[in-house]
Design a protein around this ligand. Structure first.
Ligand code: ATP
Ligand code: MG
Length: 359
């Protein structure tokens, strides 16, 4: 039985990296007849590992940190906008279960159980924790940021998912989920695959899929919702002017000619984005811009992004302002389906692990 699960954090607006690395694959998977079930979750409990938890733990609250807290959209608003954007991208609630993580109990409950099986040394190896914690010491970093990968393992295992379409940055977390599943199976199911070992579903064979879109301001970092530099990512709900501006300001080199070259990582990233949006091979992209300079190439790239992305963003914004009730209804229905499936896993999981059943 093939079950797909994936998640996206409402830690900001869905950006081009999320779209090219994950969401467009979610949409494609809806047309794959080999797959029995698809669960797509807006993982709001993951999103709070960084935002206000981090801020309130920092007891030296500066004026600046108050500003950022006030300016940022609330978790509610981001969750709704994320749901609307996913629907606008083509997630179809009749083919996929779309739901909010905090609406379904099993995620946090299973997480607790799995936490007890997970050695801290496994979590100490997680690169994302080190990156996100940045220069902050342990007394200013929430426990949730450290245990985040266990919650992600619970997200996946609660549905006994077999396939997880994620970007390249999630590979290590997925490996951890596999190790945790294996450990449960060995300890409580005599090695039988009670939890199937989830596989990363990547689409590397398709030239137009990029599992790692880089920041427009720093080609050594991936494009991220939580990047404090607003110029570093293109959001699906950005308007055309904003997209033009961000591409114009995107960091590049001064070598003039447009040529695909691994020694020019900023340009390489922009060419990847073009190729991905156009659905063509990178070798072909190189030829398209043989007569261009950086400025004319950037104009063409901005136009391409506007063509492909803005219709999605406009649809999402319209949905948020005109159809909030319908959005909530879809999420409610999704949560009920997800609850049903994950409750059954929990019942069996607890039975195997010897936890007393409830009345
Ligand atoms: P945050 O910075 O808060 O972690 P994010 O931008 O990394 O946000 P997530 O919600 O953590 O977004 O990830 C959602 C999905 O998008 C995941 O499958 C992740 O692998 C994928 N993804 C995130 N960033 C990129 C990127 N730059 N390129 C390709 N895929 C990405
Ligand atoms: Mg992330």
């Amino acid at each position: 039985r093939k079950v797909v699960l994936s998640g996206i954090q409402p830690s900001g607006f869905i950006h081009l990296g999320n779209y090219l690395g994950a969401v467009q694959n979610w949409v494609q998977l809806q047309h794959n007849p080999d797959i029995h079930e698809r669960f797509y979750s807006i993982v709001d409990y993951h999103a709070i590992t960084q935002k206000y938890v981090g801020a309130s733990l920092d007891d030296t609250v500066t004026d600046e940190s108050i500003d950022t807290l006030q300016q940022d959209p609330s978790p509610q608003e981001l969750t709704l906008k994320t749901a609307a954007t996913l629907l606008a991208c083509g997630i179809d609630p009749s083919k996929s279960t779309l739901f909010v993580q905090s609406h379904v109990n099993a995620h946090t409950e299973l997480m607790w159980f799995l936490s007890c099986l997970t050695p801290m040394s496994w979590l100490n190896k997680m690169i994302q924790y080190k990156e996100k914690k940045g220069g902050k010491g342990d007394n200013k970093t929430g426990l949730g940021l450290f245990s985040y990968p266990v919650l992600m393992a619970a997200d996946i295992l609660a549905y006994r998912a077999t396939l997880v379409p994620v970007g390249e940055d999630q590979t290590q977390h997925l490996e951890l989920a596999k190790d945790i599943a294996e450990r449960y199976n060995r300890l409580f199911a005599s090695g039988r695959e009670f939890f199937p070992l989830p596989d990363k579903l990547s689409f590397e064979e398709s030239p137009w899929v990029y599992n790692r879109v880089m920041s427009l301001q720093d080609a050594s970092k991936k494009m991220s919702k939580s990047d404090p530099s607003k110029k570093s990512c293109i959001n699906l709900i950005d308007d055309p002017e904003m997209i033009r501006l961000k591409i114009q300001k995107a960091k590049t080199d001064s070598l003039g000619k447009i040529k695909y070259d691994s020694l020019r990582p900023e340009l390489q990233n922009l060419l990847h984005i073009y190729a991905a949006l156009e659905g063509i091979d990178i070798a072909k992209v190189d030829q398209l811009f043989i007569d261009d300079n950086m400025a004319s190439f950037k104009t063409k790239l901005a136009n391409k992004i506007i063509d492909k992305i803005c219709p999605i963003g406009e649809k999402a914004i319209k949905m948020c302002s005109n159809e909030e009730d319908r959005l909530l209804e879809i999420l409610d229905k999704g949560a009920k389906q997800a609850q049903l499936r994950s409750e059954e896993t929990m019942r069996q999981m607890k039975q195997l692990a010897g936890i007393l059943r409830k009345g």
